[in-house]
Unconditional design. Structure first.
Length: 394
């Protein structure tokens, strides 16, 4: 068994159960561990701390599997972790109302680097670390035996794999490649989902509770849904009784699927307006036209994956929120989000506050929003808290 020894004083984060060991904390590696191999992690005095998965190419040199010295990192260990994650979801998901949800949320479910999303009878996996890559076949076998899905599809086509020295990969791991798009149900509404070409693993599952809340807010309101993607916020707004919804996105294919989702749910297309184009430019044009709305929804893609990109991304977040405030009627609501891991909740609030100041509006926060409970945040791993949302009123 290979062994990683930390530099003196670098064990504090590990003692607080944070699962990452950065390269700068490593004193010495004994043995010749390969990518993803299980290694024993010790402090500078030789005291055992944890079992981890080794990643020679990443700045995160090891990710912790377990702090239990008696643990055996094997197929049974993985099965128990996967079943524990599933048990948590059973407490929150009502199958008759929702057929799409996150089954495993990586470090927060103590399976570092593994994302598992369920879309009805199809399971989509995303493998983000060398440790999970090493156990890939065993994980597919466990998921197949436990859930008998029609297909397990891999969406490991993300840049973070390059940091782990892994190639991007996409395709079926078991079963036949599913016909596209799939149809799922979320809180009683149906949606077509493209798991092959869609954003993330096909759908923004983390916004489930916020879309349901939007349904409550949207009654009798004129709504602007920027970065609309496939129209989930649009559909929930209409289901909540919105007078009209203008949906904007850069992708013609995404908005086409959004229109199909409106038809699928038998919602009125007469209350819909669609706009294909750069969202920043479209928001600026709406401002110049003097358009105003009762509810503006801003759910942009990730602008800052890491903290090093936060300053640059802040400009983009400020611009869209500035336009969002300017497009609100008096008393209107801004529902604004950031899914950037590099921007924490306090910084996001400051950005929105600066936008309100520049827009010359008097705004207050009514609600703070976050990711749905199938995307839990482990208290020892604050990086798992990536989705921040505010509902502001002017």
């Amino acid at each position: 068994m290979s062994k990683l020894t930390l530099k003196k004083g670098r064990e504090k984060a590990l003692l607080r159960k944070h699962p990452w060991i950065f390269s700068g904390a490593v004193h010495i590696i004994e043995g010749d561990p390969g990518p993803g191999e299980t290694i024993a992690i010790h402090d500078s005095h030789g005291q055992f701390l944890a079992w981890g998965a080794y990643s020679p190419n990443s700045q995160i040199r090891a990710r912790v599997w377990s702090w239990d010295p008696e643990a055996h990192i094997d197929q049974n260990f993985l099965k128990n972790r996967l079943l524990a994650a599933a048990s948590l979801r059973n407490e929150w998901i009502v199958p008759e109302e929702t057929t799409a949800y996150r089954m495993v949320h990586a470090e927060s479910d103590q399976l570092p680097g593994l994302i598992v999303d369920r879309y009805a009878e199809t399971i989509v996996v995303q493998i983000l670390s060398a440790g999970i890559e090493r156990w890939r076949d065993e994980i597919v076998k466990i998921l197949t035996e436990q859930y008998q899905p029609d297909c397990i599809f891999e969406r490991s086509d993300v840049a973070v794999r390059q940091l782990e020295g892994l190639p991007e990969r996409i395709g079926p791991l078991s079963g036949e490649r599913p016909e596209q798009p799939l149809t799922i149900v979320e809180n009683g509404l149906s949606f077509k989902v493209d798991i092959v070409n869609g954003q993330k693993t096909g759908f923004y599952l983390d916004q489930r509770d916020n879309r349901q809340f939007c349904r409550q807010l949207a009654g009798e309101k004129t709504v602007l849904n920027a970065f609309a993607y496939t129209g989930a916020f649009t559909a929930f707004s209409l289901a909540g009784g919105a007078k009209s919804v203008l949906s904007i996105d850069t992708s013609e294919d995404a908005l086409k699927l959004a229109q199909e989702n409106i038809t699928l749910n038998q919602l009125s297309p007469d209350r819909c307006e669609w706009s294909i184009g750069d969202v920043f430019e479209e928001l600026r044009l709406l401002r110049d036209q003097g358009r105003q709305f009762d509810l503006v929804i801003l759910d942009p893609p990730k602008f800052a994956p890491t903290a090093s990109q936060a300053k640059q991304a802040a400009r983009g977040y400020k611009d869209i929120n500035l336009y969002g405030f300017k497009l609100l009627k008096p008393g209107g609501l801004l529902m604004t989000f950031s899914c950037s891991g590099g921007i924490d909740a306090a910084f996001f609030q400051k950005i929105v506050a600066d936008a309100a100041l520049d827009a010359e509006v008097d705004a207050k926060i009514l609600y703070r929003l976050g990711q749905a409970p199938d995307h839990p945040i482990h208290l020892a791993f604050p990086e798992g808290h990536y989705l921040k949302g505010l509902v502001c009123q002017v």
